[in-house]
Design a protein around this ligand. Structure first.
Ligand code: B12
Length: 295
């Protein structure tokens, strides 16, 4: 049986070549012959090489945002050469752009964290002449929140000093960290636990002008559980993906929380009425402990 031949192209000025090299290696490991163009390949050169090398599939890696114009130009070049070669694309492709690429004749699109097995299978199907629609229908965008652990649980309190004294007595441990978060006009105190998660006490800080959201919360509920916080990686990439998937967000980009960590809140509607915070630590395994912030 003839080996499947694939051309992996890295068009334009985009210098992100990790994804292209990872994909080229995965296809080679799966027994395919792979021609990799290297960085900054011109589009006519990609089309010419694909025809000359008689490849079964062309794969483009694009993280520059120019995917639409590149795919259009490549299809024009292939048409000019009367070549009918399926094209797959990977990289940073917003979900909203996928239908446009499909309309341009792109057979499959793969975003960040696409499982390599899924890419190999799609290329194999296309090389064996399977319809692009069956390959395209496979979801390649990861879903959900890949939390690495619980970061902290926060209780909103009216009297910070009295609450710290109460919790210190109850847990038999000292408060690990106190901070005034000027940007949010709150004071926060943390009790850390051996598994890395912690309990946060948070209170509107009148000396900083107060936090209307927390003041309203206290008027309505009194001292009570306020939010849960999950530890995540690449918080801004995750927020972009959740936004594209229609998850209601309070923060579409992260902001600076306590302890210098990046944080963002989901709307309570997203989590059955409970306010959920995402936290990306600047030092994931470091000793800095959890962070906190307040919408
Ligand atoms: C590492 C990185 C860099 C490295 C690149 C190192 C290298 N040699 O590749 C460095 C530091 C050099 C860099 C620079 C820049 N970067 Co950068 N970078 C990243 C980062 C953090 C990870 C990319 C990566 O390597 N991922 C790992 C690989 C394995 O994943 P991948 O490429 O996504 O590939 C997977 C899929 O996409 C798919 N896939 C990819 N290619 C292909 C091809 C085929 C055929 C198939 C089937 C599948 C497929 O399968 C792979 C496996 O799942 C991303 C953020 C992110 N989380 O993606 C930003 C990111 C890509 N960078 C970005 C930017 C803006 C830049 C700069 C412009 C920043 C600047 N102002 O200088 C420069 C531009 C450099 C240049 N010359 O182009 C933006 C791009 C924004 C956009 N397009 O909308 C991103 C998204 C960051 C962000 N959140 O804004 N960057």
């Amino acid at each position: 049986m003839q080996r499947i031949r694939v051309l992996v192209g890295k068009p334009g000025l985009d210098g992100h070549d990790r994804g292209a090299r990872v994909i080229a290696a995965a296809l080679r490991d799966a027994g395919m012959e792979v021609v990799y163009t290297g960085l900054r390949a011109a589009i006519p050169a990609i089309a010419a090489a694909a025809v000359q090398e008689d490849v079964d599939v062309i794969g483009l890696s694009i993280l520059s945002g120019a995917h639409e114009s590149i795919c259009k130009r490549l299809q024009d070049e292939l048409r000019r050469r009367e070549a009918k070669i399926p094209v797959v694309v990977g990289g940073i492709i917003p979900a909203a752009d996928r239908p446009r690429l499909e309309a341009l004749g792109v057979a499959a699109v793969f975003g960040p964290e696409s499982p390599l097995g899924e890419v190999v299978e799609a290329v194999r199907k296309l090389a064996s002449g399977e319809a692009a629609s069956t390959v395209m229908s496979r979801p390649s965008v990861p879903r959900g929140i890949p939390a690495t652990r619980l970061d902290h649980t926060a209780i909103c309190v009216k009297d910070m000093r009295a609450s710290i004294a109460l919790i210190e007595a109850l847990l038999g441990q000292k408060c690990a960290h106190e901070e005034m978060v000027a940007a949010q006009r709150v004071s926060a105190a943390f009790f850390d636990f051996p598994n890395g998660a912690s309990l946060e006490l948070v209170s509107p800080e009148e000396s900083l002008g107060g936090n209307p959201g927390l003041t309203r919360f206290l008027e309505k509920r009194g001292d009570a559980l306020h939010h849960l916080a999950l530890r995540v990686r690449d918080i801004d990439g995750l927020l972009r993906r959740l936004d594209e998937q229609g998850v209601p967000l309070i923060d579409k980009v992260s902001r600076l929380g306590a302890r210098g960590h990046k944080v963002a809140f989901l709307h309570p509607k997203a989590f059955g009425g409970t306010l959920l915070e995402l936290v990306e630590a600047h030092d994931e395994d470091g000793p800095t402990g959890p962070s906190g912030s307040h919408p």
